[in-house]
Design a protein around this ligand. Structure first.
Ligand code: SF4
Length: 342
């Protein structure tokens, strides 16, 4: 993900401190799911993530314990739908008070309520879920009007001074033309980033007609790579997009984006919950990281999830001088773009 300079700097500092301490596995982004309650039931989502009872949400104090135990400089608040979490503003404020960066992922239906209570801050990014243009998005989330609401809330968020980015999962029915049209629209709306990730075929999700097999991902993401040249707002890293397009390979880095849920720490990764752990130390010591990094498990076969492989981009960056140059150019292009806009 293309991060603003202050976030990239914090992430670099965190990596250096841990390198100095001799840690070889360092979490970068905490995926915090404070609730498994949602006001939608999208095709790409498992029922575990949207059908939970609100009373089973993670208490605020326990969210903070998880954030402190993990230590990652970025906290992605997902779920469930975070705007349904009654203490969402306090949670975001607590992340900011810890000098970390909060990314609040939302379907935008209740976002206006959040905007009225929260304050814009350089450590807060609102991340709106947008899976294509109107017809595809409304079909994927199974509710007409959701695309229009998302666009309305992107505009409103920008008007109020929030940093607003979007998150798109590419499904089988997502056409290349509509990805182009969506990037053009979001660029016109001056969003602060467009994150694009493949919806991959995975046995745990029923109704696999929407999900992509490895070759289909490669084909779609070769086009996304071209789009990234034309639309600098696309914030997935060029090395991740090359991986998604089948032009390079990486081991997985499931510990880079660990997931905390109402059931505890989820192992091994954001997608697969083979076992839940009560504490950070049990989780980190209990998962067989060597096995999951190797992608030997059949459920990893088609996976190109950004939560598993964007951290691999960071982990493997030092292996190639050419990759360092590519990433530095990409990050600097963002800085130059930001200063031109200022
Ligand atoms: S390859 Fe995908 S499914 Fe397998 S551990 Fe990594 S993120 Fe999880």
């Amino acid at each position: 993900m293309r991060f603003p300079l202050h976030i990239a700097t914090d992430m670099m500092k965190w990596q250096l401190v841990n390198w100095w301490r001799g840690a070889d596995r360092v979490p970068i982004v905490l995926m915090l799911e404070p609730l498994h309650t949602c006001n939608l039931a999208c095709v790409g989502c498992s029922p575990e993530r949207y059908s939970g009872d609100l009373k089973n949400r993670v208490p605020l104090a326990q969210c903070f314990e998880a954030i402190d135990a993990c230590g990652a400089p970025v906290v992605s608040i997902c779920g469930g739908e975070p705007t349904v979490y009654p203490e969402i503003v306090e949670l975001v404020e607590g992340v900011i008070a810890r000098k970390k960066h909060a990314i609040m992922c939302t379907n935008a239906i209740l976002l206006e309520r959040f905007y009225k209570k929260a304050r814009p801050h350089k450590r807060l990014t609102v991340n709106v879920h947008l899976d294509g243009m109107r017809e595809t998005h409304d079909r994927v989330v199974d509710r007409p009007g959701t695309f229009d609401r998302a666009i309305e809330m992107i505009v409103e968020g920008k008007r109020r001074g929030f940093a607003v980015q979007t998150n798109t999962t590419v499904y089988r029915e997502t056409s290349l033309e509509e990805l182009d049209a969506m990037c053009a629209l979001l660029t016109e709306l001056d969003v602060d980033g467009i994150l694009v990730s493949p919806g991959y075929h995975y046995e745990a999700i029923e109704g696999d007609e929407h999900f992509l097999y490895r070759d289909e991902i490669h084909q779609k993401f070769r086009y996304v790579l071209e789009l990234a040249e034309r639309y600098p707002k696309i914030s997935s890293t060029p090395l991740f997009l090359q991986f998604a397009a089948g032009q390079r390979d990486y081991p997985c880095t499931p510990w880079g984006n660990p997931t905390f849920t109402p059931n505890g720490w989820k192992g091994p990764c954001y997608l697969i919950g083979d076992k839940y752990y009560g504490s950070w130390s049990e989780f980190f010591a209990g998962v067989d990281w060597n096995y999951w990094e190797s992608r030997r498990d059949p459920r990893c076969h088609n996976c190109k999830m950004h939560s598993g492989f964007e951290p691999s981009v960071v982990r493997k960056l030092g292996d190639s001088f050419g990759d360092v140059v590519t990433m530095t150019r990409w990050q600097l292009a963002n800085v130059r773009g930001a200063s031109r806009a200022a």
